[in-house]
Design a protein around this ligand. Structure first.
Ligand code: ADP
Ligand code: ZN
Length: 612
């Protein structure tokens, strides 16, 4: 689908055409018609006509006399005079007395209709016709044609799919497979209808931000080669009550005209939130949602209009939206796994010139947890970095550095750490890495740096998973907690004092410990009882407690115990490996960066010594 721009003629152009039409009507049409119209004459003319016996029909009204002559069709009109012998004279002249002469007036009425009313009707029709025509041309962005009684908000929702196909969406194989069926259906609906199968009207794409939901929807339209209508949920909810509902109506009117087509509603949760248990109701949103439900019920499931919607908070959607006949199919679009990340990097790397040393597998491993959008950003950052460095191609180190940029922000070149701070940060970071490496189950580090970042981190440890993990054992989680506490533990071991540098570690350690107890059933006291529910699994994952106050106290106590135990374990590990801690920290302090290989090399070299 190519995007075609509106031919933007100035509005005045159309108005001038219409004005010209009205003038032509009035100059040529009116006089012709007015022959039939009423002609005013004076009373003496009327008297003369009576005397000459020219009068054909006459009608004496309460305030005027209307008459016609024998030789022509014209209706004449004259004022009423005090003329007592009039009726007598008229009778003698052979005139016929009637009461339907006024129908001659119709000529006049007709003339007015043709002269003014018709042009106005034409004007309105023409306005409508024009805006419809614009729609047919599928111009992007929307030419707002405000023709009086035409569509009040003739925004066009058709968008270009930018030639996106399934090939351009890397990974997400399950989602693609699911959506392939819809493409197939749009291509060949008979195949489905002949068996009696009907396609779902709506498909809900569910997943975290930046995982390619919009892209997938566009790819479906691109593959099926049908128009793509798109609107974001937040666009519906506007300042003026009622606008949202009318937009929904408008959108579906346009879509039905263009079927088969794809209608994509991004952020559907903005309008589709549950309607109940809200203290402050939002009329606008409810009206919009109701309109959406009405529209979805209003067309047949095989009409060729396919609605795709995206959300990252499926749990907040109104159940009415999800029931069969509406969004009855749900396609999860998850964060990419290692393979997916590699594929996405490769797709985006098509656009940049690469050096020979680039190994996407390593980059993908380092970018664990990144979404498709972040990976696209990483490739772009790397290209920018290559340009900045005056290079023609993007190298592996560009990509690695840009992962850090995207995850942790730019290097803060001029933020100078004091010597003591720098040493503390070095020990802190080595503490994390060393404990991680010493606990066999924890992932080895890829790189540690203590160059301050714009995000505020003074340094960080980039851990690398060997592939993706879907299940974590209790021991693995405990080890993770120990690793989080190890930064602080290293400060204690070395300096005997503590700093604020561990605040993020504390948060993460606490979250893990709490989840172990309240959600994973990993404590002896509560067995497999859920004490907490996750509200929002794709956005940060807020939780709410579901237990009594007494239990809460107990949970808090257990969390503290758990973290303390792991903290002590980390400390013990560091104390037992004090020489390695010092040596590694010294290396990092001097070089500011240590790679995983350097780290392991020092670690193994030392362990040989300490075994003696
Ligand atoms: P969402 O709608 O899920 O928030 P988008 O579809 O808008 O995400 O994705 C944003 C950008 O991220 C896309 O334009 C694309 O560049 C990139 N992207 C995301 N997922 C993928 C993927 N699976 N393959 C290729 N690019 C992707
Ligand atoms: Zn830390």
């Amino acid at each position: 689908m190519k995007e075609v721009k509106n031919p933007r003629r100035p509005m005045i152009y159309y108005y001038l055409i219409i004005l010209a039409i009205i003038l032509v009507f009035n100059m040529i049409g009116m006089p012709a018609l007015q022959k039939q119209a009423i002609k005013d004459v004076d009373y003496s003319t009327f008297m003369k006509a009576t005397e000459n016996k020219q009068i054909d029909k006459v009608e004496v009204q309460s305030n005027k006399i209307v008459y016609t002559l024998k030789e022509d069709e014209t209706v004449y009109e004259t004022g009423l005079m005090n003329d007592p012998g009039l009726t007598d004279r008229l009778y003698k002249s052979g005139a016929t007395f009637t009461t339907d002469i006024e129908k001659g007036r119709n000529g006049y009425v007709l003339a007015s209709i043709l002269g003014w009313v018709l042009p106005i009707i034409f004007f309105l029709w023409f306005g409508n016709y024009l805006s419809r025509k614009m729609m047919d041309r599928a111009g992007g962005g929307g030419g707002s044609m405000m023709f009086g009684a035409g569509k009040s908000n003739a925004k066009l929702y058709v968008q270009s799919t930018e030639g996106i196909h399934f090939d351009d969406v890397a990974g997400e194989d399950e989602a693609k497979e699911n959506l392939m069926e819809i493409v197939e259906y749009l291509h060949n609906p008979d195949k489905y209808t002949s068996v009696g199968a009907s396609m779902p009207k709506g498909v809900l794409l569910v997943g975290p931000p930046g995982t390619g939901k919009t892209m997938l929807a566009k790819a479906v339209a691109g593959e099926a080669n049908v128009p793509f209508f798109s609107i974001s949920g937040s666009e519906f909810v506007e300042m003026f009550v009622g606008m949202g509902a009318s937009k929904v109506r408008n959108l579906f009117d346009q879509a039905k005209e263009k079927a088969p087509c794809i209608v994509f509603i991004d952020e559907i949760d903005a309008i589709g939130k549950k309607r109940d248990n809200q203290l402050s109701t939002n009329d606008e949103r409810e009206q919009t949602l109701n309109q959406l439900l009405t529209e979805m019920d209003g067309f047949e499931s095989n009409s060729g209009v396919m609605i795709l919607a995206a959300t990252n908070r499926p749990e907040s959607l109104d159940p009415a939206l999800l029931r069969p006949g509406r969004f009855d199919r749900r396609v999860p679009v998850e964060l990419p796994d290692l393979q997916g990340r590699e594929a996405i990097l490769k797709v985006h790397a098509r656009k940049v010139k690469l050096a020979d040393d680039v190994d996407f597998h390593t980059v993908a491993r380092m970018a664990s947890g990144a979404s498709g959008a972040e990976l696209a950003n990483i490739v772009n950052e790397a290209a920018l970095r290559a340009v900045r460095g005056g290079r023609q191609t993007v190298t592996e180190s560009d990509l690695e550095e840009s992962i850090e940029v995207v995850i942790a922000g730019y290097q803060k070149k001029n933020a100078i750490l004091s010597d003591e701070e720098k040493r503390t940060v070095a020990y802190h970071e080595i503490g994390h890495a060393l404990v991680a490496a010493l606990q066999s189950n924890s992932a080895p580090v890829q790189k540690i740096t203590i160059i301050p970042r714009t995000s505020g981190a003074l340094g960080y440890t980039l851990q690398v998973d060997e592939g993706d993990k879907y299940l974590l054992s209790k021991e693995e989680i405990e080890n993770k907690i120990a690793t989080f506490t190890a930064g602080r533990a290293a400060e204690e071991v070395k300096f005997g004092r503590i700093t604020t540098g561990a605040s993020n570690d504390i948060e993460q350690a606490t979250r893990l410990a709490r989840a172990m107890i309240t959600r994973y059933g990993m404590s002896d006291d509560f067995d497999m009882v859920a004490l907490e529910t996750v509200n929002n699994q794709y956005l940060g994952g807020d939780t709410s407690l579901a237990c009594s106050a007494a239990t809460q106290d107990l949970i808090d106590q257990k969390v503290v115990d758990l973290v303390r135990e792991q903290h002590q374990k980390a400390r013990a590990l560091l104390e037992a490996n004090r020489d390695k801690l010092d040596e590694l920290s010294q290396f990092l302090y001097e070089k500011e960066t240590i790679t995983g290989e350097e780290f392991m090399e020092i670690l193994n070299r030392d362990s040989a010594v300490s075994e003696q």
